[in-house]
Unconditional design. Structure first.
Length: 271
């Protein structure tokens, strides 16, 4: 592979250590690549706001693939978005899902993500746990009226609950009435809901085309199954050492785990 023009990285389990920090070596490797003309893009289930601080640590100001591909945008410190592409969930489906879960599983935490907004109906233990992980607090509001007004797109819904509750909700959402969404578990206690067909790989494919590049011009780092299609799409797909074996087998390279300087080691081959 010639010198990559585009670098993609997942965040949790990839860019971040288990202590939720970016290694100094990773920052050094990314900055060296950017100084030589590469563009660095973060790709995550997080919101653009949830990635902005990490981008600042890396010293980059670039496009972000947010909500696992539902929103491609740039953001600023005051949450101003420049949207390039989005694939929101249909408003009728967001209302049906919220009503169903609130009625049948009231103990579950329902989270709505729209652009840079994170909306919840209460600030309980689940919400505080998530806030601690991403570094900012949600906005407490009545979700049903907000969804009914449909003034902004819903890019992702997240349900947090005990594993048995998540399993029950997941099974219920497989019904034909909910065609138009994809639901998947990112943890035993987390159910992520996006529009059908949303993925990091699809968003990346569009970004590559918009930048008049080819997939061979890109290198990507990831650690989990939702990264695999992205790793297979690019010229060099790099799995972290902490990735499941199936993800490692689908990648072109396997580097160290996320607690060591594997990202820098790979970038040093090209920059």
């Amino acid at each position: 592979m010639t010198q990559p023009k585009l670098i993609l990285s997942d965040i949790d389990g990839t860019l971040l250590t288990d202590e939720a920090t970016i290694l100094p070596a990773t920052i050094t490797g990314v900055q060296a690549a950017v100084q030589q003309g590469a563009t660095m893009v973060l790709a995550s289930a997080r919101s653009p706001k949830g990635m902005w601080g990490l981008a600042q640590q890396l010293g980059i100001d670039s496009t972000m693939i947010a909500y696992n591909g539902a929103l491609t945008a740039k953001t600023t410190a005051d949450d101003q978005l420049q949207v390039f592409e989005e694939r929101p969930i249909k408003p009728t489906l967001t209302q049906q899902i919220q009503a169903l879960i609130a009625e049948q599983w009231p103990q579950a935490s329902i989270n709505i993500y729209s652009n840079n907004q994170w909306l919840v109906s209460q600030l309980g233990a689940w919400e505080q746990q998530e806030a601690a992980g991403i570094g900012y607090q949600p906005q407490v509001t009545a979700l049903a009226p907000w969804l009914a007004q449909a003034k902004a797109p819903v890019h992702k819904m997240l349900v947090m609950a005990d594993p048995s509750v998540i399993t029950a909700i997941d099974q219920h959402l497989q019904a034909p009435a909910f065609n138009g969404i994809d639901a998947y578990r990112s943890k035993d206690t987390y159910l992520e809901i996006v529009a059908t067909g949303v993925s990091k790989a699809v968003a990346l494919e569009t970004l590559i085309a918009d930048d008049q590049l080819s997939s061979a011009d890109a290198i990507a780092f990831g650690d989990n199954f939702n990264d695999l299609a992205m790793l297979e799409l690019v010229g060099v797909g790099v799995a972290m050492g902490n990735a499941p074996k199936a993800v490692q087998q689908g990648a072109d390279l396997v580097t160290t785990d996320n607690n060591h300087n594997g990202i820098q080691q790979v970038l040093n081959r090209y920059f």
